[in-house]
Design a protein around this ligand. Structure first.
Ligand code: GDP
Ligand code: MN
Length: 386
């Protein structure tokens, strides 16, 4: 007969208790996240296709650490970086690609489209390919997209350009700059290489990207039905756009059916549409919807402006042209301020100031341009306030 003393019984009881607990945990696993407002919550009542993910802190660049990183999801938007540049800017392009890859694209692997009014050199191709494992395409701009249209009086354009130069207007006497602004206003999105894509991220040589971007801004735009995204807004030089707003007003009068009621026009005017307040999104950074630019409203708008001649007789920039289009054609939910994308194009910087976002960046939040005198951020906040 086996006799068990009380001192032998205690470890036996303890181990049975542990086994019972383990069995209970196995049979009825606890929901550790229930009741936690910080974690993601999946709405079980929705069908799997429309499961609603509610995160208490909804900033897309502060993903829930308990979920897999966004780039593990293999879904991508149909999107590309687009870089208009010259061969001589190779080193500046590489500088920028280095940061873009490190901060975002080595995780997401979006392709690049390089465009130029001249052929890219083999050196340019080889040394840009070295910066990324993503696909790169190199395109030449068709002559008609980088030349005077037939209705422009070239002598008049030349005289006005020289006069602007004498007046000291920045790029005042620069013809290629005007071709560039016209191309970026009306043609880049119709370049054959761009027709494959739905969204673009415009990048320029020598700009800086300061922050980790841990989500996909293209998908974010797509899923939220956004058409235009920006990160710096500021005032335009009035001398370059004197007749732009009167031309836009005529356009709106002729095509009222293209102008929705709840648009963002107050971002670009302080007097209900009478005059332009010079506010614009700085178009050297843009993440936007190519199909919006290729759509009938924008195309009609661009053609109207192009006929008016201000790309050559004045020096209309693609930034005010895009921005006014966003303001008259879109509503506030369709235009997005990428506050989390730390960015610099000389001489202005956008650097996130919210601490959790700033932690992902190497810019100095004291350099943030948003509330300086030349910024249009205050106007943006006024017009988008609920
Ligand atoms: P800014 O930003 O207004 O001072 O003008 P940039 O000189 O940066 O030009 C804007 C963009 O157009 C940059 O990506 C330039 O590389 C590009 N760009 C400007 N002029 C030309 C040009 O004559 N040819 C080509 N291929 N690209 C140009
Ligand atoms: Mn530039």
């Amino acid at each position: 007969m086996v006799t068990i003393t009380s001192s032998q019984l205690r470890p036996l009881l303890l181990s049975s208790l542990v086994i019972a607990c383990l069995f209970y945990l196995y049979a009825f696993p606890p929901n550790w996240s229930s009741g936690s407002t910080k974690s993601a919550h999946v709405d079980q009542s929705a069908s799997s296709a429309e499961q609603l993910v509610v995160v208490s802190d909804p900033h897309p660049n502060l993903p829930d650490p308990s979920l897999p990183p966004a780039w593990h999801n293999t879904t991508r938007a149909n999107a590309a970086f687009v870089i208009l540049t010259r061969n001589k800017e190779l080193d500046d392009v590489r500088w920028t690609m280095r940061q873009l890859e490190a901060r975002f694209n080595h995780k997401f692997n979006y392709p690049y489209v390089f465009l130029n009014d001249e052929p890219f050199t083999e050196e340019f191709k080889e040394l840009t390919r070295g910066m990324t494992s993503a696909k790169i395409e190199y395109g030449i701009i068709p002559h008609g997209h980088w030349s005077y249209p037939e209705w422009i009086d070239v002598d008049k354009a030349t005289a006005l350009r020289e006069q602007m130069g004498r007046e000291g207007v920045i790029y005042g006497d620069n013809l290629s700059y005007r071709h560039m602004c016209r191309f970026e206003s009306g043609f880049f999105f119709r370049h054959p290489l761009m027709l494959d894509y739905d969204y673009y991220w415009r990048v320029e040589p020598s700009v800086d990207f300061y922050c980790d971007i841990d989500y996909d801004p293209f998908l974010y735009m797509k899923e939220n039905n956004m058409k235009y995204g920006w990160t710096i807004s500021l005032f335009e030089y009035e001398s370059t756009v004197r007749t732009l707003w009167p031309t836009v007003k005529n356009f709106m009068k002729e095509y009222p059916e293209l102008i929705p009621e709840n648009n963002l026009i107050d971002f670009v005017t302080n007097d209900g549409g009478d005059t332009y307040n010079m506010c614009h999104f700085w178009s050297n950074f843009e993440i936007a919807d190519l199909n919006w630019l290729r759509g009938p409203a924008y195309l009609r708008y661009f053609e109207y402006l192009d006929r008016a001649g201000g790309f050559f007789y004045e020096r209309w920039g693609d930034a005010p042209v895009h921005s006014i289009a966003a303001a008259i054609f879109l509503n506030k939910t369709e235009v997005h301020f990428f506050d989390d994308i730390g960015y610099r194009h000389n001489p202005f910087t956008h650097c996130p100031t919210r601490r959790e976002l700033q932690k992902k960046c190497h810019c100095n939040a004291d350099d943030n341009f948003d509330y300086s005198a030349y910024s249009c951020m205050r106007r943006w906040e006024e017009v988008t306030r609920d």
